[in-house]
Unconditional design. Structure first.
Length: 582
């Protein structure tokens, strides 16, 4: 009883998790089920016509089954030809319907994967900033790419193919039982033995192989991403081999996992083949004892044709059942991600349907009111009672020693981090309750600028479709960011490819691209986080001139140690006084 209760609980848990992941996608399933039923009916009709055909072949006057309409049509030599043509037609149509069914299943599962990838990526984009601080990006990429693929192929497609093959199995089983219940009982006993043996010895090993594959796939992503993202530093330190060794170890695990999956995945098919061949041999041996050949041929022919169809169906049932059990962890992982997303729903940032390139209102004042923020797991607050007021057109400098909380305060001002107490107000309204409204006014320019591997034009008008880019506004942003000479010197002007992470541009040029982006989007407030600290003196001077050119035209919040930037500040906030640290 405990075994039955355990399996029922496992089934209930599986169904519950599956419904969470598939969401409204279940509404597409009835159409696929209708095709499966049609394919099953054609399978059943095709096999059922084999016995009458063989009977007529042996004796043109043999009686036909009562379920066949227009019995006179099938008599004699012409009837044999008609029945042969009907048999051929049924199998031809069945082949077309089966192909259509498989195409529908593949379309449905891949559509579901596309929907799930979009759902996860959108949710990860909307998650609070703190969520990403505690996650490895490779983990999230693996969830969007690998786990969705494993779910659609190992769970959803397996379920649909399992249903299709079970329908065929049950229909043909009923037909064969009508012909010989004893033979069907023998076949079921042989298949039951195969299912038990495979389930006991193959499934656990296959599950371990799938799990190892998921882990090693993520390890491969991490190794490659880290090796290439930090190529300059890694090369200078001469540590390329370290990352190659990590990749090789992960790849070796992936090879072992793939080999195990391939080997264990073939065992069910071979076991089914042995069982079906054993069944046919035993059936011939038993029915041959004292039997009339003329009566035996139609029966054996029916069983032989059914066996040809049952063999792949049985193999598929067993393989897909093993997949469902082995990929169970994938469903749990996806449910864990979706549950985490649901738990954060009140804090999810709404994503705009279209890019917004102009603020909804004029910026007048930003007020930081008694902010206190502590990172999860930290013993002391990063910010402890910070208050500051910044008016439109002013320059505010955030200074302090390393770790004093300058970037933390910038993230709180930007609305990326939510303080445990206190609030940030813009024009009198709370930023936390109006985050999109605030993000239409503010831009962030970090030390390391985010650039995509695309043209300069698309990097400045980031996220805006080509047809919607305002050319005049773009050129004005280029001019205000003092990028005119840079653009004029590029081989294709604004259409020049900047390379991955902007490698074809200098550090100062990348900073000015970020400033041009903020100006194109018409942001009133610019937050510059150590924007010149990684530049050489000459380049830094050029960027500082660009920033100074914005004084009075934009509100600037600057994190910097450089006297040139701090000297022009109308407000200076010393974070050493608010860090909450000794």
């Amino acid at each position: 009883m405990s075994y039955i209760r355990s399996n029922l609980h496992s089934l209930q848990s599986f169904v519950s998790d599956f419904l969470v992941v598939i969401g409204n996608g279940w509404r597409r399933l009835p159409g696929a089920l209708a095709l499966m039923l049609l394919a099953m009916a054609l399978d059943l009709l095709g096999v059922a016509l084999v016995a009458p055909f063989l009977s007529l072949l042996l004796s043109p006057s043999a009686p036909l089954p009562g379920w066949m309409p227009l019995g006179a049509l099938w008599q004699g030599e012409s009837g044999l030809r008609s029945l042969g043509a009907a048999l051929l037609g049924v199998f031809a149509i069945k082949g077309c319907v089966t192909d259509w069914t498989q195409k529908t299943i593949t379309w449905l599962t891949e559509s579901e994967r596309a929907r799930l990838m979009d759902r996860l990526l959108g949710a990860f984009q909307a998650m609070p900033y703190e969520y990403h601080l505690s996650r490895n990006s490779a983990e999230l990429v693996n969830a969007v790419v690998w786990y969705t693929q494993a779910y659609t192929s190992g769970i959803l497609a397996a379920l649909l193919r399992l249903a299709a093959d079970l329908l065929v199995f049950l229909a043909l089983g009923a037909l064969l039982a009508f012909s010989s219940a004893a033979a069907v009982a023998l076949l079921l006993v042989l298949l039951a033995v195969v299912f038990v043996v495979v389930g006991k010895f193959v499934r656990p090993r296959l599950a371990r192989a799938y799990h190892l594959g998921a882990q090693q796939s993520q390890a491969v992503m991490e190794s490659v991403t880290q090796a290439l993202a930090g190529l300059r530093e890694v090369r200078i330190l001469g540590r390329e081999q370290y990352f190659r060794d990590r990749l090789r170890a992960a790849a070796a695990g992936l090879v072992e996992s793939s080999a195990s999956q391939a080997a264990f995945g073939l065992i069910p098919r071979h076991a089914i083949e042995i069982a079906v061949v054993a069944f046919l041999v035993l059936l011939v041996w038993v029915t041959h004892q004292g039997g009339n050949a003329q009566n035996l041929v139609p029966l054996l022919g029916t069983f032989a044709v059914a066996a040809v169809r049952l063999m792949p169906a049985s193999t598929s049932v067993l393989s897909n059942w093993n997949n469902l059990r082995s990929y169970r962890f994938v469903l749990r992982e996806l449910v864990a991600h979706l549950s985490a997303i649901d738990a954060q729903k009140p804090a999810l940032r709404p994503i705009a349907d279209t890019p917004v390139t102009a603020p909804a209102e004029d910026f007048r004042e930003l007020r930081v009111d008694n902010i206190r923020f502590t990172y999860a797991g930290a013993s002391a607050p990063a910010l402890n009672g910070v208050s500051v007021s910044i008016a439109a057109g002013e320059v505010a400098a955030l200074i302090g020693r390393s770790g004093a909380g300058k970037s933390t305060l910038a993230d709180v001002i930007l609305g990326l981090l939510r303080p445990q107490s206190g609030a940030v107000y813009v024009n009198g309204w709370d930023v936390a309750a109006n985050i999109q409204r605030w993000h239409r006014m503010v831009a962030y320019i970090p030390q390391t600028v985010y650039l995509i591997d695309d043209s300069l034009r698309r990097n400045i008008a980031l996220g805006v479709p080509d047809a919607e880019i305002d050319a005049a506004k773009l050129m004005q942003a280029v001019s205000d960011a003092q990028l005119d000479e840079v653009v004029a010197g590029l081989p294709s002007g604004l259409d020049t490819e900047v390379g991955e992470r902007g490698t074809r541009l200098s550090g100062g040029q990348r900073q000015r691209v970020a400033i041009a982006r903020a100006l194109y989007y018409d942001r009133s407030v610019l937050v510059l986080d150590e924007a010149t600290s990684a530049l050489d003196a000459e380049t830094e001077e050029a960027v500082v001139r660009t920033i100074k050119g914005l004084h009075g035209r934009r509100t600037l919040i600057v994190i910097a140690h450089k006297p040139d930037l701090v000297a022009n500040a109308s407000t200076v906030v010393n974070l050493n006084l608010y860090s909450g640290k000794d």
